[in-house]
Structure formats: C-alpha cells, structure tokens
Ligand binder design. Structure first.
Ligand SMILES: Cc1ncc(COP(=O)(O)O)c(C=O)c1O
Length: 308
C-alpha cells in the first residue's frame, strides 16, 4: 500500500515537472531521482513505467528516459465513399444501387435496454421461452446417431419430408431445400430467380430484411401496395406489366408488418396474375408456426394451391 502510493506520488511529481525538459530531452537518471525524492529504485522504475504507459516519456534501455513527443491525433478514418460509387456504377442499362441499408433489420435484432419491452420483433421474452424443454430437446438431439456427421447439402431427408408435408399440395421432399433460416431462404431464392439488375415486386410496406437482400443481390425492389386483405391484385397486375418483373415476393399469412392475411378471394387471383406474367411467386410463409393458440385453422400455403 505504502509502495503503491509512493509510486503514484512520484509519478505525479515527475508529470508536473516534465515541461522543464524539451521534447526528446533526457530526464535525470534513476540514481539521481532516488536521491532527490528519497524513494527506492523500484518506486522510481514503476513511476517511470507509469509515465511511459501514458505516452509522456520514452525509455531507451542503456541510454535513459526521455520526454516523449506529444501523441499525434488518431489517424482520420479512411474515406470509403468510393466504394458506394464503385458498387453502384453500372456500365450500361439501369443503375441499381447496391449499397445495403440494413438498419431496419439491425433495429429488430438489437437487444433492448433492460426494462424495455420490445414490440417490434418476433423474439419471445426470456420468461416466455420454455428453456428447460428446449435444453432437453437439444441434448437429446445431440445424442442421436449421426448427429455430428455431415448432413446432405440440401438438408436431412426426414426434415425435407417434414417441410414438404407442412407445405402441402403436390410438394414432395425433393422440392425442398433446407436453409439456415428465412433470411437465407429469401436470398437463395432471389439469387436463383432474378439476375442482377432485375426488378422484383415486393409488397409495400414489407419486411426490411427482404429489401436488404434484394439490394445485396443487385435486384430492384418495386413496391406493390398492401391493404387489410393483403396485396392488391389490380396493382400487382399493373406492376408486372410496367416492369416486366419475373418475381413477386409475397407473405400471404400475417404479412410483416401489417399482419394482413391474403383474402380468400385474392389468393387465386394472385396466382393467376403471376402465371399470366410468366412470373414466380416467392411465398414467405415465415409466421405459420407463430400463430396464437386458438387462432383457428390457418389458410393453406399458396404453394399448396399452385398447380404449376
Ligand atoms: C417476413 C419475414 N421473412 C423472413 C424473416 C427472416 O426469418 P429468419 O429469422 O428465419 O431468417 C423474417 C424475420 O423476422 C420475417 O419477418
């Protein structure tokens, strides 16, 4: 304790008298400091180490201790605005900005400050998560034979089969590709179906993550308004005609963010309009398993009703 406080005191005295020396000037030797301040050599060397750590002095073994040049300001951050130009400039044709604005997604993913109940995302509050049951299920899954093997790239056959049955209609396991989640599935679908620069029709408003994917894939999202009954068919037809788009991304069930369910009378319309345009419907059925208990029977997937 005594030692520590004498180190601090000596460091303070040396700091106060540092500007007596010119930049690069040599401080008195350790022996002189020991005598002048009546402290031990250990205290001197610790106090000097403290000043060196603060960048006030430089120690050169064998030569002595010198007053350091004042630290220059941190280098200015690099200017990366050229990247925006480089990524957006297209040689010919339509310019599609490829800078990705993911603030909408990041806003949903950020952990809320304590005491704040967040209503903007689908993450359950911890107190509502069946943690014990999930931990037990995970442990059980980890013990299953083959759990640590390499699964097929397109997903486990049993899982593909399960999804095919959930989707319904004529969909079979061979139609299913298992991805790392909804975001990944949308990215895979868009990249497979739309070349860079292509327009894709999206509901308006829609899930910000979809817009980020569209931009990152070089596609041009074209908004089609949604009302309380889902996407408006007459505007969908007009958008296909105006843009020549070949892809429409649709959330028929609990549309994010409106919550709208595509009205029964519009479901066949949407498929008919897409078929007439020679276009693909990417159905983002992200919320089927999130329905409240007692919500009643949910409408089938659009895919189940699409004979094509
Ligand atoms: C409409 C919609 N699609 C896709 C996703 C992404 O799903 P995942 O978290 O599985 O990537 C979300 C997530 O909120 C969503 O709201």
């Amino acid at each position: 304790m005594y030692e520590r406080s004498s180190v601090a005191e000596l460091a303070e005295s040396l700091r106060a008298e540092l500007n007596r020396y010119s930049i690069g000037g040599k401080l008195p030797s350790s022996r002189v400091l020991v005598e002048r301040y009546r402290v031990s050599p250990v205290t001197v060397s610790r106090a000097l180490a403290q000043l060196a750590a603060e960048g006030l002095v430089v120690t050169r073994p064998g030569a002595g201790v010198f007053r350091a040049a004042p630290r220059t300001a941190a280098p200015a951050p690099g200017d990366t605005s050229w990247q925006e130009v480089a990524l957006s400039a297209e040689g010919a044709g339509e310019i599609v900005p490829r800078s990705v604005d993911a603030t909408g997604v990041l806003g949903c993913l950020a952990v809320p400050p304590s005491g704040v109940i967040e209503l903007n995302s689908g993450y359950l509050h911890r107190s509502l998560q069946p943690e014990r049951a999930m931990a037990a299920a995970l442990a059980r899954a980890g013990r299953r034979p083959g759990a640590w093997g390499r699964p097929p790239l397109e997903g486990l056959p049993e899982l593909r089969d399960w999804f095919a049955r959930e989707i319904g209609g004529a969909v079979v396991a061979a139609d299913v590709l298992v991805t790392a989640g909804g975001q990944s599935a949308l990215a895979t679908a868009l990249r497979a179906l739309a070349p860079p620069g292509a327009p894709i029709l999206v509901e308006s408003p829609t899930y910000p993550g979809l817009l980020a994917i569209a931009r990152a894939s070089g596609c041009r999202p074209v908004p089609v308004p949604v009302d309380a009954e889902g996407v408006r068919p007459e505007l969908l037809a007009a958008a296909f005609e105006a843009t020549g788009a070949r892809v429409f991304v649709c959330q028929p069930l609990f549309q994010n963010p409106t919550g709208a369910v595509l009205a029964p009378g519009r479901r066949a319309e949407v498929l008919r309009i897409a078929r007439a345009a020679g276009a693909f419907v990417v159905e983002d059925d992200y919320a089927r398993s999130l329905a409240h208990e007692g919500a009643g029977p949910l409408p089938a997937t659009l895919a189940a009703e699409d004979t094509d």
